[in-house]
Design a protein. Sequence first.
Length: 310
Amino acid sequence: MASTDSRPVEADGARPAQRAKRDDAGDLAGLEAGLDALDTRTATRLPLAQVLRRKALPPAVAVVLVLALWQLAFALRIKEPYQLPGPLMVWDALAEEWYKGTILSIVWQSVSRGALGFAVALVLGTLLGLLVAQVKPVRAAIGPILSGLQSLPSVAWVPAAIIWFGLTDATIYAVVLLGAVPSIANGLVAGVDRIQPLHLRAGHVIGATGFRGVRHVLLPGALPGYIAGLKQGWAFSWRSLMAAELIATSPELGAGLGQLLETGRAYQDMPLVLGAILLILLVGIGIELLIFAPLERRVLRHRGLLATAH
């Protein structure tokens, strides 16, 4: 006797269960397509005028406002001109150094020292940060010391470094390292502490242990905190360098921005002092805009934490 199926059949020949299953598959495909569309990054290039209006106009307005207030204070003689020179007087002082052919060599001396010191601090701070983050006894022993060193003013190391190494480049680099290494290490430790335990377990499951685990799990997972530590480490190294150059002055050390600042103070040349301060500020801002800001934006955009332009 032939069996019969009493379940109803719809007009298109599909039974209700099959139709529901097909509808669920269609809904799932639509959901996946929607998620893929959300995940797709659109790289629409903004018009140049709009980019300039968003990026360049606000800082330009701020600079013009500061210069206007500075010129107003000079015109009102809030301080004597030898104490508070006007912007044009500072410009003339820098122009004189430019005509002497010394400005570029002075800036390069400080930037090259800062770059070399920061590169060494990057290696040492990264290794120290990984050690502190991964070995609990080491963290318990030197974790508080790193935090204390980070809060210690860099200028406090200059007298000790002069006694240890004399008026040599080793003094300057020692101060830079002591200022930058704790910040880099603490930033990496903070980044590692924020990694999800699930990611660490997944790394162990797929065999990412030892150096491979550091390369493929720890460092990528700790990038936001690590980059914050690098930015702070550069700021500390630059300030430490200026403090060392300002105090440890010697013909054998050459002329950097700190020495230029000290020369202006020694000769009571306030335009030169303010000019040196402006150069130090411009170098710091330039390094931030050219290196650290793009790196940070790239990491945040890769992790979906930064809105992309449409």
